[in-house]
Write a protein that binds this ligand. Sequence first.
Ligand code: SF4
Ligand code: SF4
Length: 341
Amino acid sequence: MYDLKHDEKVCATCPSADCLLKCQYMEFEQDEAHEEMMKLIRGEDCRVLHECITCYGCEEYCRRGNHPFYLICERREEMGILTAPRPITNQWINMTQMQGKQKVGAVKERVMSFCFLPQLPLMGSGEIFKDLGWSFVFGAEFMCPAVHTHFAKMSVVKERLPQVLENFSELGVKEVICMHDECYGTYTSIAPAYGMEVPFRPIHYMDYLYDRLEELRDRIRLLNIRAVYQRPCSSRLSPQKLHRVGEIFRMIGVELVEREYQGENALCCGEIPRAIAGFRAASDIQRRNIQDMVDAGAQYCVFNCPACQTTLSERVVKFGLKPVHLIELCKMALGEIEMED
Ligand code: SF4
Ligand code: SF4
């Protein structure tokens, strides 16, 4: 079985306890945050086990190489503390079960992974992805199982992730372009945190997009629009990729407007908190987030994660914003998708 690499001594001497001090959903004084983390390490009951809404943020806030969120998941599971009603937890486990129904294209050494998100195959087309042709995989067999951390089921992650890695290995692929941000976070954060070897080089789709836009620069039609970025929880596992959003925006003539809930201070889309913290808490997160987008004077709300896009699109439209995925935005700049008036 895979054990989490979390160095207790590093927490014991931590001068900041930023992991919990910066949490947007619980308030702690600095010494309380530190003591809370030590209780978690000792396996004692503590507030975070009952109040954490699983935003993944503390994985980004810890700058000392530890894994506070994965530890919260481990402890919750050990102590039998479910984050959501059992039928919801089980529903997620069941509907993402591998059933041998994966779709595998004409796989080359470099392959696109559409995870298990039906929106992604449509996006992985056009000039940007032309060179990859039909080199893709899709289905539960290639799905990053990180979603189960929301439901304190790290055991499911530890059981399924090695199988996913093995499925890629059997295809002999060398590079996987992760079209789902959470896949990239899974392969570059969760896998090493548990000592799992990843048998390919994961490539974040935003890196791929950036490189392709460089190659297609003379075909880019500047969009001249103002937009906000909806940062997903999954990107807390790969904060080193956040700079790509601004770089891609600049390349295609999109102004990334400043707002309160961006960067480290981003709010999640609210869908998972609906199951975990309830309707009122989720609606409050969404209301504050969307009002912030409106106050910033944005025309477009740009998504990274298709799940956030599904959750928030209708709501942002009601407030006069146009929802679009980052890939669709790039296709607009290449004239493959019409801009809405
Ligand atoms: S998880 Fe990181 S930030 Fe939190 S107490 Fe430990 S070392 Fe400090
Ligand atoms: S996952 Fe989010 S809500 Fe939970 S403790 Fe970490 S920062 Fe707070």
